[in-house]
Design a protein around this ligand. Structure first.
Ligand SMILES: Nc1ncnc2c1ncn2[C@@H]1O[C@H](COP(=O)(O)OP(=O)(O)O)[C@@H](O)[C@H]1O
Ligand SMILES: [Mg+2]
Length: 285
């Protein structure tokens, strides 16, 4: 049995994708070209760009954690942001999701300038975040956590349908829908955090170290899920310390060190880079 079946009872054949469904699904390249990122290095063409970060600086007090980085992500891509502990990965994601207010620079999403918007408005624009450490509400039930993910929506019937599809995708969450979320296993909590983020019907999902603290089989399952969501049209920005594994599912990646982008390129070119392997992939291989 494939590990993915633990959560996804229907394997990859699930008829109704959850996430970027129906009206707000983004067009996605089909077949093999979806992961053929070898020509995607360099500048984004504006027509395809979903997220564009330009010269972003974010500070904690007087300390610059992010020192003027530029990153773009095209519709339909999985892009990884990798780097050592303290490099500024979480700060970057929190700047995009509006939890932190950048000091300067611009963040454009889907053609709109979102820099400085409060986080609830950024969720409305179509960005959902799974924060570091999962951050499910441990004292609430599984169902209540999922409902919270839909808080920006008022389309009751559609929310119920999405909830149903979410439970089809995650049968374990259906079984445990009335259970207090804090009593779930680490893997189940991570799945719940992802499911909750999908309930806002995002165009783009930001994930901060989803593999952290989880057993290898569960990590594999989560990465399979991300790949599947991406195939159904969801654009993904994945932050990972587990660089080798992130590069396996990403089209492209940026390497962050001390608040600066030090390398970027297709996953295959980064995996082939001797220096990078020594500096960032050594521990993970
Ligand atoms: N709340 C905070 N207050 C002050 N400094 C912080 C805070 N959060 C992170 N930092 C600092 O900002 C830098 C980047 O941190 P972070 O974005 O969390 O890195 P990463 O996610 O790559 O491990 C680190 O030097 C860290 O110590
Ligand atoms: Mg972090």
């Amino acid at each position: 049995m494939r590990a993915a079946q633990l959560f996804n009872g229907r394997g990859t054949t699930s008829a109704s994708p959850i996430g970027p469904t129906n009206h707000d699904a983004v067009p996605h390249a089909t077949g093999a070209s979806a992961t053929d990122a070898s020509s995607k290095d360099g500048e984004s063409s504006k027509a395809k760009e979903l997220l564009g970060i330009h010269h972003l600086i974010t500070q904690y007090g007087n300390i610059q954690a992010i020192k003027g980085i530029s990153i773009y992500i095209d519709k339909g891509e999985i892009v990884a942001l990798i780097g050592a502990n303290g490099a500024g990965k979480s700060t970057t994601l929190l700047s995009v999701s509006g939890v932190l207010t950048p000091t300067s620079g611009t963040i454009r999403f889907n053609g709109q300038n979102i820099s400085g918007l409060p986080s609830h408005q950024i969720v409305r624009q179509g960005i959902a975040q799974v924060v570091e450490g999962r951050a499910i509400l441990a004292g609430l039930t599984v169902l209540e956590n999922l409902m919270l993910g839909a808080y920006i929506r008022s389309d009751r019937n559609a929310i119920e349908q999405d909830m149903d599809r979410m439970f089809d995708r995650f049968p374990r969450l259906r079984e445990r829908s009335g259970q207090i979320a804090g009593t779930l296993s680490g893997g189940e909590q991570q799945m719940l955090a992802i499911a909750r983020a999908l309930m806002s019907r995002p165009k783009m999902l930001l994930l901060d170290e989803p593999s952290m603290g989880l057993a290898p089989l569960i990590v594999e399952e989560i990465f399979n899920l991300l790949r599947e969501l991406n195939e159904q049209g969801l654009t993904i920005l994945l932050v990972e310390q587990n660089a080798a594994q992130a590069l396996e599912i990403a089209d492209r990646a940026y390497v962050l060190a001390s608040g600066t982008i030090v390398r970027s390129g297709s996953s295959s070119s980064l995996l082939a880079d001797e220096h990078l392997r020594e500096a960032y992939l050594g521990a993970a291989r």
